[in-house]
Write a protein that binds this ligand. Sequence first.
Ligand code: NAP
Length: 245
Amino acid sequence: MIPENYDPPAKLMSGRTILITGATDGIGKALSLKLSNYSCNLILLGRSTLKLEAIKKECADHVANVEVFKLDFMHAKGEDYQCLIDMIESKYASIDCLVHNAAILGELSPVDHYDIGLWQQVIHVNLTSTFILTKCLLPLLKIGKFPSITFTSSGVGIKGKAFWGAYSVSKFGIEGFAQILSEELKNSNIKVSTINPGATNTNMRAKAYPAEDKSLIKNPEDVLSAYLYLLSPEFSEPNGSRFSL
Ligand code: NAP
């Protein structure tokens, strides 16, 4: 179980090297800003140079050492991933935490109307690129300290829901991938977990539920303590644990 309102002691987070995808908006941005208060090394990934520069600026007054890196999962090629690996190897030698957070919703549409190209894009960004990034960074995680891989899932990754199409299928895939990886890594020091943040007030949520009263759902800041626990050396739940907030 995740301790309520978990707030890791600063010294435990000090020096931890943490990579977050989708760090430029929503939950990923809120998490990045929160972590910038700890003296850790943050590697923030996003697809927009402007938004990456903006978050780097927002973190500038804080204590973390922040590196931003542009990687658009829709279009990234092998050499782009290699650049990321080279940067991490040269600056940090290893990483301790990998947070898979970036995702796109696609469209809410019945299957017979779902655009085939969009379906492929959603599966590629949400699932295939998660596999590629994990594969690329596993060697650097294996030499990290109290290393962890955090996958972001969704309620529709456990129970299919009409019209959620490729997004729901991609999250089922994430759940399966996390199970496979946690079994493969059961004798290693890497902790694999899956977190479903639940209904949270972000652009993605607004796109899915445009008429929703936002005052009735959580803000990104409300889910962060759970993420902090998964990223801290104190995280002690069994490998392959799933959490729903
Ligand atoms: P969000 O506000 O839409 O943020 C998504 C992030 O992913 C943004 O930083 C976005 O970049 C980035 N991203 C999108 N496409 C990308 C690409 N091709 N390459 C690289 N980065 C890309 O979404 P959120 O609500 O914070 O969602 C965060 C995670 O929580 C997702 O995995 C989502 O499925 C999950 N989740 C959310 C909810 C909810 O209610 N919000 C519920 C369950 C699960 P830009 O800043 O450039 O757009």
